[in-house]
Design a protein around this ligand. Structure first.
Ligand SMILES: *Cc1c(COP(=O)(O)O)cnc(C)c1O
Length: 430
């Protein structure tokens, strides 16, 4: 066991050390013909990939993978405690509950709040919609969900899974800044027979735009609707002073989706939903099971009653251990750095006068246009040094730089801007 473990440890530490110089994407990586040496085969398979936590990954929303979280997962898998029912592993459940409570505290949620660690933002949005549906008692009678044209597609997917027909989803327009148009929202609600749920974004995936959450909360309050905020991408910027200002009003949400596998740099499979009224989350997800009748109440949540899952991965340790080992300040500083880097990229791109930059970055995504954006994207990505992705906004091809890997620092952002500038100048000189 020790020898195998040492092999794995060597592989992992070498892998992490290689991130600084590894290509941003390496899909041509050759695999050994057979898997004779298993660890060696895994090593090669791991290399044949895009590198979402590498310094050059500026596409989509970058991922994480802190070493301390990997250690937590190793422990979790090796000891394999059953954290679904609190009485069977109360100390581990207390650890997960502490991690959830730390997140709830970030948003000034009351002691009656409760959350759940999910596999990601999509499942958090799903449980949020189900919770709102139960709380608004709209199961049989329908009810309308209000989203906007920049809402993440997982919200409409969640609504469908939760049984809302597609005509129960009303898409409200966004304003020139790509923010939910709150006046249009209010009009749409007034013209609706059964308004039920408002979904706003704290950091859209396209541009990192944060809706006017205070204004949306006012509308929700005025009409007695459930107010959900999808903060999967942007939520943890709440740790920073600038983020807290931009996310102002989020603390009034009935429920918030977060993705620790984005803003806390944790490995994939770590999402979170927090719900202001913990009982609402429980009512929507609990169902009696006679064979659990012997288990005493240990004063901790039975997570099965708050989630669609029964048996579940213990995700608590991979959130809790890095927080304990690095401290919240390390996360705050890293996120502050990402905000600075986005501002820096925006300023530099602006100074080239080669790109059209309609939106100044609110968080860590910079979106911009160029008439030959598709070719520029190919040129830049061919370098292997950075990996960018594009999107379409209001029918226009849009390039983006999304900065969220804990390994991305100014040198690589500067390199990305240099590559973009070079590709765009070449286009212009033709
Ligand atoms: C990433 C993201 C999601 C989906 O989260 P997954 O963890 O990929 O399931 C939902 N909403 C927003 C705003 C996101 O950025």
């Amino acid at each position: 066991m020790r020898a195998l473990g040492n092999d794995v440890l060597d592989f992992v530490v070498d892998f992490i050390e290689a991130r600084a110089t590894a290509p941003a994407v390496d899909l041509d990586h050759p695999l050994p013909a057979d898997a004779h040496d298993v660890i060696d085969y895994v090593k090669h398979a791991a290399a044949k990939a895009a590198d979402p936590a590498g310094p050059g990954y500026l596409a989509y929303i970058p991922g994480g993978g802190l070493y301390t979280a990997a250690l937590a997962d190793f422990i979790t898998a090796a000891v394999n405690r059953y954290t679904t029912v609190a009485a069977l592993a109360p100390a581990f459940v207390a650890i997960e509950q502490q991690a959830i409570r730390w997140i709830a505290d970030l948003f000034d949620y009351p002691p009656t709040a409760q959350g759940i660690l999910t596999t990601g933002g999509s499942m958090a949005n799903f449980s949020a919609i189900v919770t709102a549906r139960e709380a608004r008692n709209t199961r049989s009678g329908g009810g309308t969900i209000f989203v906007d044209d920049q809402t993440h597609h997982s919200v409409t997917k969640a609504a469908g899974l939760a049984g809302f027909p597609s005509d129960a989803i009303r898409v409200v327009p966004t304003d020139a800044a790509l923010r939910l148009d709150v006046d249009a929202l209010e009009d749409a609600i007034k013209n609706d027979k059964q308004p039920a749920i408002i979904v706003a974004s704290a950091g859209t995936t396209n541009t990192g735009t944060v809706d006017d959450l205070d204004a949306a909360a006012d509308v929700a309050q005025r009409h007695g609707l459930w107010f959900h905020v999808d903060a999967a991408y942007g939520g943890f910027f709440q740790l920073t002073e600038r983020g807290r200002q931009r996310l102002h009003g989020i603390e009034r949400a009935d429920s918030i989706t977060l993705d620790p596998h984005k803003g806390m740099f944790l490995p994939y499979g770590t999402g979170c939903l927090i719900v202001r009224d913990g009982n609402a989350l429980r009512r929507a997800h609990s169902a009696g099971a006679e064979y659990l009748q012997d288990l005493p109440d240990v004063g901790l949540p039975n997570f099965a009653e708050y989630s669609p899952e029964l048996s579940r991965a213990f995700r608590g340790l991979r959130v809790w251990l890095p927080l304990q080992m690095h401290g919240p300040d390390a996360f705050r500083q890293a996120l502050d750095e990402k905000l600075d880097l986005a501002r820096h990229a925006y300023d530099r791109l602006q100074a080239t006068e080669l790109f059209e930059l309609p939106w100044s970055p609110e968080l860590s995504v910079v979106a911009f246009h160029h008439p030959d954006g598709r070719r520029i994207l190919d040129d830049v990505n061919r370098s292997g040094r950075v990996f960018l992705s594009s999107t379409t906004i209001r029918g226009r091809h849009t390039l983006r730089i999304a900065i969220l890997s804990h390994r991305t620092h100014q040198d690589r952002v500067d390199e990305a801007v240099d590559l973009l500038e070079k590709a765009a100048s070449e286009w212009r000189s033709e």
